[in-house]
Each structure stands twice: as structure tokens, then as C-alpha cells.
Design a protein around this ligand. Structure first.
Ligand SMILES: [Zn+2]
Length: 103
């Protein structure tokens, strides 16, 4: 069982133009690149392909490096480092190094 940052985790962006934004990891790509909801938005012009479809500009989150984000701790309300705690029955959970809450 891996206790790294994974898909679905809430992260905070620590570098670049979206610094300070939080979002959910939507996808993991090769080379430790990730796509985060609402972050690193690229505007793409969409062509109308049918009567029912609307054309225009679509905002698509584009990938960036996992090293630009930190796991977001809801109780600290910021990006934190995390450790691993072993529970009864050998279950491992991630805990915030600051407040010790499970994240
Ligand atoms: Zn915390």
C-alpha cells in the first residue's frame, strides 16, 4: 500500500502562477506529472461540430510537476508534510506532521 500523494487528494500549489490554489488531483501522468482541478488552466478554442454543441473557449487544466504541490491539510488550512501512522490491524494512514490529523 502506497502512502504517497494519490489521485483524489486535495493539494495546494506551492510554485508558479497558481501558487496558493487548492484542488483535487484528477490524474497522474508519466514522470510524476499531475493534473489538478482548476490549476494551470490552458484555454482551448473549441470548434462547433454540430447544431447542439456550443463552440467557444474551453478551459482545460494542463499537467505540471508533482513537486510543485503539497498535500493540503484541512485542519491546518495549508500545505503540509505528512508522516505515516500504523493503526491496529497494521493499517497505515497518513497523518499531518503538524496537527497529527489523518489526511
Ligand atoms: Zn494539519
Amino acid at each position: 500500500m502506497s502512502l504517497k500523494i494519490k489521485k483524489g487528494d486535495n493539494v495546494i500549489i506551492e510554485k508558479g502562477k497558481d501558487k496558493g490554489k487548492t484542488g483535487k488531483i484528477l490524474k497522474f501522468l508519466d514522470g510524476n506529472r499531475i493534473i489538478v482541478e482548476g490549476a494551470n488552466i490552458a484555454k482551448k478554442h473549441m470548434r462547433r461540430r454540430s447544431e447542439t454543441e456550443t463552440g467557444g473557449i474551453k478551459e482545460i487544466p494542463s499537467p505540471f510537476s508533482l513537486s510543485n504541490v503539497a498535500l493540503f491539510c484541512p485542519s491546518c488550512a495549508k500545505g503540509v508534510r505528512f508522516g505515516v501512522k500504523i493503526l491496529e490491524g497494521n493499517e497505515k494512514v497518513r497523518v499531518c506532521k503538524k496537527c497529527q490529523q489523518t489526511i
